[in-house]
Design a binder for this molecule. Structure first.
Ligand SMILES: NC(=O)c1ccc[n+]([C@@H]2O[C@H](COP(=O)([O-])OP(=O)(O)OC[C@H]3O[C@@H](n4cnc5c(N)ncnc54)[C@H](O)[C@@H]3O)[C@@H](O)[C@H]2O)c1
Length: 257
């Protein structure tokens, strides 16, 4: 029998889900049947309120943990609170990330450290501490947010593509070492998805440059957050029971930066 993308009975934790792709992922997890969801995010403003309202209107219970995902204390608190509240943590989606477009020589040493901490260290921390909880309960699924920039090097800055390439390597290492505990680890690599991050990055571009970037996408449009969310829901579900260590693109056919 073929397993469907069903997340009924599962508990999920999604980082950076107040807005953007993380919000789209949370909505699609709930659409697939997940009813217990932890959101971990830096911001707790209007965007978060709207996301929580949307998820609750679809029948989910939401736990919010505020904090910086690159800090160990935030990660252990988020994992502990999730397990305390619901007794399990079946799915972790490491989505939170930042990008700051800069030229090579303008990229400050501090920016390099910050981007690597938020985009890569946080993924290690959730795989480590969330993975321990999954190991103790007998398994789970982790989906990490990479990017096409992690494959091509990207054009945002030297830090961003390097952090996302690190996510791909960490995903492969995690799959190799965590399979024996019933934990699958996969990554998704979006290209251009219609979010605040892209709006900010595109704000500094000329109309010609924006048009050129869109013309690089064979499908001729940006992706929607729901299109990333449905892929994540599949990878997190038992329908993907033999898929681990993979990085799956969601790009509209775009293959270069
Ligand atoms: N938008 C795209 O085209 C695109 C393409 C490829 C990969 N990505 C990746 O997808 C992920 C989400 O991107 P997005 O476009 O939705 O971005 P976004 O800026 O719209 O949303 C990011 C979310 O993460 C949260 N966040 C940022 N830093 C945090 C931290 N230190 N601790 C906790 N939360 C934090 C923000 O508050 C926000 O809610 C990122 O990892 C990004 O690199 C995005």
């Amino acid at each position: 029998m073929i397993a469907q993308t069903s997340l009924a009975g599962k508990t999920a934790l999604v980082t950076g889900a107040a807005q953007g792709i993380g919000r789209g992922i949370a909505i699609e997890l709930v659409a697939a049947g997940c009813r217990r969801l932890t959101i971990v995010d830096l911001v707790a403003g209007e965007e978060l309120r709207q996301t929580v309202a949307e998820l609750e209107s679809r029948g989910a219970e939401v736990l919010f943990v505020g904090g910086d995902v690159s800090q160990t204390a935030t990660v252990t608190q988020a994992v502990d609170q999730t397990v305390q509240r619901w007794g399990q943590i079946d799915i972790i989606v490491n989505n939170a990330g930042i990008s700051k477009p800069t030229s090579f020589f303008e990229t400050s040493d501090e920016q390099w450290d910050q981007v690597l901490r938020v985009n890569l260290r946080s993924v290690f921390l959730f795989m480590k501490y969330g993975g321990m909880a999954m190991r103790d309960q007998g398994g789970g699924a982790i989906v990490n947010m990479s990017s096409i920039s992690g494959i091509t090097g990207g054009s945002t800055g030297p830090d961003y593509g390097a952090s996302k390439a690190g996510v791909i390597a960490l995903t492969k290492f995690g799959a190799r070492r965590l399979s024996e505990f019933g934990i699958r680890v996969n990554a998704v690599a979006p290209a251009t998805i219609n979010t605040e991050m892209i709006a900010r990055n595109y704000a500094s571009l000329s109309p010609e440059e924006k048009a050129k970037r869109l013309s690089n996408i064979p499908m001729g449009r940006m992706g929607e957050t729901s299109e990333v969310g449905r892929l994540v829901a599949f990878l997190a579900s038992d329908a993907a029971s033999y898929v681990t260590g993979e990085t799956v693109g969601v790009t509209g056919g775009r293959m270069s930066s």
